[in-house]
Design a binder for this molecule. Structure first.
Ligand code: NDP
Ligand code: 2IT
Length: 447
């Protein structure tokens, strides 16, 4: 059997044994396109069922999360933790609380995390977790009781050397605090390195809050530099208005760009003269409000319930909300705006068909697993500080983050060049991420 038909057979088997998981299939599809190039050149990566082992999570945990709401009604949610690959280090990856969370979504996120974490060059494996819990409209006490019940089960599966969760959609500093508190109580130990994204006064790291968004902008800067361009004077549209979006806006504006709009699931804000970040942080992080609340209080900003953030006029697009927010039609709309660069802050925000549109339009594309790796990389720096009972300054940590984003870009660029697909940073990211994990799996035997 030739290499291509062998790859096709492996792919069909993986898809068949994970039936009914469309997001997981999509992430696999995207990776296989690149892995084909590696297997054709280096067939030894196909030995000992390496590919089949790589796409089979090491462990998948699904558990019941019962909790009591403020009306004393018992509620039941489903919790997940997928421990995908620990060949490079303890499982590492966020926890998402959103009503849409299911096994397919957690598996795609965990798989992406394996490759992303590998690309950072830091000693972290890949995992992801979450629950189909909707934090919207819940009181603080309800959030706390939910987090405590979630950790009641999760605690036996995690640990500084085992699995280190962090935040993701719906899980920020408040939730990390409740989760850590319950872990500490259950285990009778203050194990700082068991979770990242902690507050600065009890083991958190400078720059972790900002890291994903800043990293997306640093990655974009690198893509532009390779074309002899810079962010100064660029107009950027950013979807979402959560942790990743806010700090992407902050760094982009610091570097001379104007952020002309942002969004949430209820609509978008147009702000042609830029974003007032102090106000936006107050609305989103303190008041936990909506982007429409920002438009009410800001000057020169309008809220639009209908249409898309991508209807605005801009040079650079940064999707920072959620998976599959851009399909082929939306990608075409973005391309028709004359956009030259698109960097993904969210995980898998573009469908496979959208990525084809970017390619055809010549849009320079920063794929999620590279462009948004700054968050998890800074989590690894938090683990490093916790292990040495140290804490670094903002300036030093930011320099480290910047250095890591530059090396990630270089890894993508070099792998793309080596495989003859210059400037295809998606293929470069997949290949570079894969090789480090695959080489370690070969070295550690059939596990
Ligand atoms: P937040 O919960 O802070 O913010 C999420 C934002 O995305 C909100 O504006 C939310 O709007 C919007 N959003 C979420 N789901 C949907 C949906 N189904 N439809 C429309 N809008 C939606 O999450 P983060 O900023 O942390 O995460 C955003 C993305 O970045 C995710 O894909 C996440 O996996 C990824 N990411 C996060 C990292 C981190 O360190 N936090 C690291 C790397 C990637 P609304 O409030 O209306 O729901
Ligand atoms: O998708 C991601 O990389 C994250 N949500 C951050 C994970 C982490 O462990 O910091």
């Amino acid at each position: 059997m030739n290499t291509d038909s062998k790859i096709a057979e492996i792919y069909d088997n993986i898809v068949a044994r994970n039936a009914g998981e469309p997001e997981f299939h999509q992430a696999i599809d995207e990776l296989f396109d690149s892995l084909k190039l590696v297997l054709r050149k280096d067939p030894h990566y196909g030995e000992n069922k390496l590919i089949e082992r790589l796409f089979e999570p090491e462990r998948q945990i699904i558990f019941r999360v019962p909790w009591t709401d403020d009306n004393n009604e018992v509620r039941v949610n489903r919790g997940f933790r997928v421990q995908f690959n620990s060949v490079l280090g303890p499982y590492k990856g966020g926890i998402r609380f959103h009503p849409s969370v299911n096994l397919s979504i957690v598996k795609f996120l965990a798989l992406e995390q394996v490759f992303k974490n590998s690309l950072t060059g830091l000693p972290i494996g890949g995992g992801k977790g979450g629950a189909d819990f909707d934090p919207k409209g819940k009181s603080n006490m309800e959030i706390m009781r939910f987090c405590q019940s979630f950790m009641m089960e999760l605690h036996r599966h995690i640990g500084e050397y085992r699995d280190v969760p962090a935040g993701d959609i719906g899980v920020g500093a408040r939730e990390i605090g409740y989760l850590f508190g319950q872990y500490r109580r259950l285990n009778h130990r203050h194990e700082s390195g068991v979770i990242t994204g902690k507050a600065l006064n009890w083991g958190g790291a400078q720059v972790r809050t900002e890291a994903t968004g800043y990293g997306v902008v640093y990655f974009t800067e690198q893509m532009m530099k390779a074309q002899g361009e810079s962010l100064d004077g660029a107009r950027i549209a950013i979807s979402g208005s959560g942790n990743v979006a806010i700090y992407a806006m902050e760094k982009a504006q610091e570097l001379g760009a104007t952020v002309v709009g942002f969004s949430d699931s209820s609509g978008y804000v147009s702000c042609p003269d830029g974003v007032d970040l102090e106000l936006l942080k107050d609305v989103k992080e303190v008041r936990r409000g909506r982007v429409s609340d920002y438009a009410k209080d800001a000057t020169g900003a309008t809220f639009h319930e209908d249409g898309l953030i991508w209807d605005l006029d801009y040079d650079i697009a940064m999707p920072c909300a959620t998976q599959n927010e851009i399909d082929a039609d939306v990608a075409q709309l973005i391309a028709d705006k004359g956009v030259r660069y698109l960097a993904e802050g969210a995980n898998m925000p573009s469908t496979l068909e959208a990525i084809d549109v970017y390619r055809d339009a010549g849009i320079i594309f920063g794929p999620a697993k590279a462009a948004n790796a700054g968050g998890v990389a800074t989590s690894a720096l938090e683990m490093q500080q916790n292990a040495s009972r140290d804490s670094w300054s903002f300036e030093y940590t930011e320099k480290r983050l910047q250095g890591i984003m530059t090396s990630i870009f270089k890894r993508c660029e070099d792998a793309a060049a080596e495989y003859g697909v210059e400037k295809d940073y998606l293929t470069g990211a997949n290949i570079a991420g894969f090789k480090k994990v695959a080489d370690a799996m070969c070295a550690q035997g059939v596990i």
